[in-house]
Write a protein that binds this ligand. Structure first.
Ligand code: G3P
Ligand code: CA
Length: 258
């Protein structure tokens, strides 16, 4: 499955924080619904709680995506579990909790042969390297490392995962990363793939990074027009808030080919 990430003739669809267009992001229902939709990959964000549990949550505070306030790093796991992570999105999701990485792994383990690829994003923070080590350890325990690409906007995390574990990493164009190191042996040499936002995406920029030997990726083409544009730029791996336009277009292109 991972080889498909290198095959530019087929669209690969990753669900950004799960099925974010229909569910509260980074929750178990969002991941379950993305799997049901048939995406190729799940993207999710990791941060450490005060007592060093890996929580799947995007922001550095709980304010936007739960009914609580304050920094994730100031919550113990037990305290975080008392927050509602679904009601802010829709009443129907009230009672959802911030999931632990292990809970997502259990869901994937139950998917067996249909388990998707994983885009594991370590969010920048003071303890991001520790978070990366713990994520690798947990994912290794489930036998999932081969299906993972580790992402970070912090170039030190990307370099650490590359140098310590030799795992696939994804970074971003230099201007989007903190601690970016220029030159030979620098951050680009530690990256397996680079992800462009739709604002950054141009054919020239894609060519430049492909010439450096990097896989290219984009986020978030959520309309058919965006998906066409990405393909025109030479990018076929797509992290989407709404994966359906990309999947519909893929089906149409495959039908045209046959
Ligand atoms: O990997 C692409 C995407 O996940 C990065 O943006 O801010 O949604 O984590 P963000
Ligand atoms: Ca992310």
């Amino acid at each position: 499955l991972i080889d498909r990430l290198q095959d530019t003739t087929t669209i690969v669809v990753s669900a950004h924080r799960g099925l974010k267009c229909a569910c509260p992001e980074n929750t178990i229902p969002a991941f379950r619904r993305a799997l049901e939709a048939g995406v190729d990959m799940l993207e999710f964000d990791l941060r450490l709680t005060k007592d060093k549990r890996l929580a799947i949550i995007h922001d550095d505070t709980v304010d936007r995506t739960t009914n609580g306030t304050g920094a994730v790093s100031e919550y113990t796991w037990a305290e975080l579990q008392r927050l509602d992570a679904g009601g802010w999105f829709d009443k129907a999701f009230e009672g959802c909790r911030v999931p632990a990485l292990e809970e997502l792994c259990e869901l994937l383990a139950a998917s067996g042969a249909n388990a998707p690829l994983l885009n594991v994003e370590i969010k920048p923070s003071a303890d991001a390297i520790d978070a990366a080590d713990r994520a690798v350890e947990t994912l290794r325990g489930y036998g999932f490392l081969e299906r993972c690409v580790f992402t970070s906007f912090d170039a030190s995390v990307v370099a650490h995962v590359h140098d310590t574990y030799g795992l696939r990493t994804q970074g971003f164009p230099a201007e989007s990363m903190r601690h970016f190191v220029d030159g030979p042996g620098g951050t680009y040499s530690k990256m397996w793939a680079a992800a462009f936002s739709m604002e950054q995406l141009t054919p020239q920029r894609v060519r430049e990074l492909r010439e450096r030997g990097l896989q290219t990726w984009c986020y978030c083409p959520d309309t058919e027009r965006d998906v066409f544009y990405a393909l025109g730029c030479g990018v076929s791996v797509m992290t989407c808030n709404d994966p359906f336009p990309a999947m519909r277009l893929r089906r149409r292109l495959e039908a045209d080919d046959s």
